[in-house]
Design a binder for this molecule. Structure first.
Ligand SMILES: O=c1ccn([C@H]2C[C@H](O)[C@@H](CO)O2)c(=O)[nH]1
Ligand SMILES: [Zn+2]
Length: 138
């Protein structure tokens, strides 16, 4: 599904959820708060995610992967419609490389990633633009 398959009203709901969750990140080391809202097609709801850092920095979980893990753990859903990513930074924040690889496990080339910030800036990208050559041979 592409971004135009989803109503603007639904997308705004996701943006509002991601914005609300931005105060709930655990990011005392980087002070870079990232929050996400992942829409589940088969459940008709959004699952939030926030970045959760660790003093052993490699243990940090990004907002995108937190949302994905929550969707599968709490709802048994891997039917991901689109992802909203919210930060209070400029330029807009795209998913990191690890998250792109993890998302590639479940998301096809048409999966929309919607990046927004506190200034109301927004950029919609297809997953294939963010990650044109996924490792999927295994
Ligand atoms: O797309 C991104 C990029 C970074 N982070 C987090 C990881 C770390 O906690 C902080 C700084 O890299 O931002 C995310 O959650 N998602
Ligand atoms: Zn990441």
């Amino acid at each position: 599904m592409a971004v135009h398959d989803f109503s603007e009203e639904l997308i705004q709901q996701g943006i509002e959820l991601a914005q609300t969750k931005n105060s709930e990140t655990y990011s005392p080391y980087s002070h870079f708060a990232v929050s996400a809202a992942l829409y589940l097609n088969d459940r008709g709801l959004f699952v939030p995610g926030v970045n959760i850092e660790n003093r052993s920095f490699g243990g940090t979980i990004c907002a995108e992967r937190a949302a994905l893990a929550s969707a599968i753990s709490n709802f048994g859903s891997k039917d991901f419609g689109f992802l909203v990513l919210y930060t209070e930074h400029e330029p807009l924040t795209p998913p990191c490389g690890i998250c792109r690889q993890v998302l590639a496990e479940f998301c096809g080339p048409e999966f929309p990633v919607i990046m927004v910030n506190h200034k109301g800036q927004r950029r919609d990208m297809l997953f294939s633009e963010l990650f044109p050559l996924p490792f999927d041979e295994f």
